[in-house]
Design a protein around this ligand. Structure first.
Ligand code: PLP
Length: 410
């Protein structure tokens, strides 16, 4: 960072300010985490300089012998963690991992089925403005009256519409997903079955959330959310799909792989194989349950009634505050959160009636039961008195007292 300061003081100032924000605020965005210094060091290494189009041992550039080692380590480790037959670690992000699956198996106009964005799905699973929604005929499934995935309706729709690809996975769904049930439906209708575990990957790696790999043709993920690696994507697959997926990533979608990021993925995978990582993920789920229970006691409603993962959606309507306002006031009390539509949300997507809360980041900095409970009370204090400056001031002070006891990067 000293070098950045000398070369570019403006960027240095932005990095310093962001660093301070990450240290001082409680990070509650479910898709964020704090990568380890080792992951960040690999990502900031000389590997950023290397072109390596192709795959280990089969490159279009010379001088790839050392980056080959890094990529092979990443592939071998991620296959071991998830029990996958094959893996591609070159996807630049979660969205491009999903696009590679579409490119490998679909033609424009084909029918795909995914969870609707409004009920917890991701925009790459068929949202109208996304490539997945523009190029394919999208059939969506959602939640039943209990706000659980409506498996019966999903099965019925799959038989009616015969999609070529069925996608399971979500960005805002707190419960365990029955991957086996999806797999049976996909098999019955002759669809490729893809699961996007971007949100749950760290939990799956630690065995605290069901692993879809035995049931799915393809499993995509990001590496930067609960898995706590660098920003990026991965694709796990049955060996029979390896050729199609690898050529969809390169030369289908991407040029040179980001070798520094792939090295950082390998470091993160090594960390994810440690006993500490399992303990960490167990605490992530425990903290989420404590936050959900505490918010419920304070008069808020958790969508689907509970959480079985790292994430929950909170229905704010009992407090007479929108998601947009909650995001702003919690932010001013130094708790970072995102507004999120709840099922059948009466508000517009930019306003919403809910917020999404996740525990991976707070748990990385060391928050355990007591701190998770304290955080939930601070959230509820703000939501009870969102327009009271004294409350916001008092909560901010309590947030700082907590965060200063748990520095992220010492
Ligand atoms: N899939 C799911 C389920 C996600 O939640 C996300 C990120 O929000 C993505 C894919 C996309 O990942 P990225 O932002 O790396 O493209």
């Amino acid at each position: 960072n000293i070098l950045v300061e000398q070369t570019d003081p403006e960027i240095f100032a932005a990095i310093q300010a962001e660093n301070a924000r990450q240290e001082q605020h409680i990070e509650l965005i479910a898709s964020e985490n704090y990568a380890s210094p080792a992951v960040m060091a690999a990502q900031g290494s000389q590997l950023t300089n290397k072109y390596a189009e192709g795959y280990p041992g089969r490159r279009y550039y010379g001088g790839c012998e050392h980056v080959d080692v890094a990529e092979q380590l990443a592939i071998d480790r991620v296959k071991t963690i998830f029990g996958a037959e094959a893996a591609n670690v070159q996807a630049h992000c979660g969205a491009s991992a999903n696009e590679a699956v579409f490119l490998a198996f679909l033609k424009p106009g084909d029918t795909i089925m995914g969870m609707s964005l409004a009920e917890g799905g991701h925009l790459t699973h068929g949202m109208a403005l996304n490539m997945s929604g523009k190029w394919f005929n999208v059939v969506s499934y959602g939640l039943n009256d209990k706000e659980e995935i409506d498996y019966d309706a999903m099965e019925r729709k799959a038989h009616e519409t015969r999609p070529k690809l069925i996608i399971a996975g979500a960005s805002a769904y707190s419960l365990r997903i029955d991957f086996e049930r999806f797999a049976k439906v996909a098999k019955a209708v002759g669809a490729i079955f893809m699961v996007d575990i971007a949100h749950y990957a760290g939990l799956v790696a630690a065995g605290v959330y069901p692993n879809p790999v035995p049931h799915a043709d393809i499993v995509t993920s990001t590496t930067h959310k609960s898995l706590r690696g660098p920003r990026g994507g991965i694709i796990l697959m049955k060996a029979e799909h390896e050729k199609a997926i690898n050529s969809a990533i390169f030369p289908g979608l991407q040029g040179g792989p980001l070798m520094h990021v792939i090295a950082a993925k390998a470091v993160a995978f090594k960390e994810a194989m440690s006993p500490e990582f399992k303990t960490y993920q167990q605490q992530v789920v425990k903290n989420a349950q404590i936050v959900a229970d505490t918010l419920t006691q304070r008069g808020l409603r958790i969508v689907s009634g509970r959480t079985e993962s790292h994430v929950m959606l909170v229905d704010l309507r009992a407090k007479g505050i929108t998601g947009k306002e909650a995001e702003a006031v919690l932010g001013s009390a130094h708790m970072t959160i995102n507004k999120n539509a709840i099922p059948n949300d009466p508000e517009k997507p930019m306003v919403t009636s809910g917020v999404r809360i996740g525990t991976p980041a707070m748990t990385t900095r060391g928050f355990k039961d007591e701190e998770a409970r304290a955080t939930a009370h601070l959230i509820a204090d703000v939501l009870d008195n969102p327009r009271d400056a004294a409350t916001l001031e008092a909560v901010r002070a309590k947030v700082h007292a907590l965060t200063s006891r748990f520095p992220v990067y010492r």
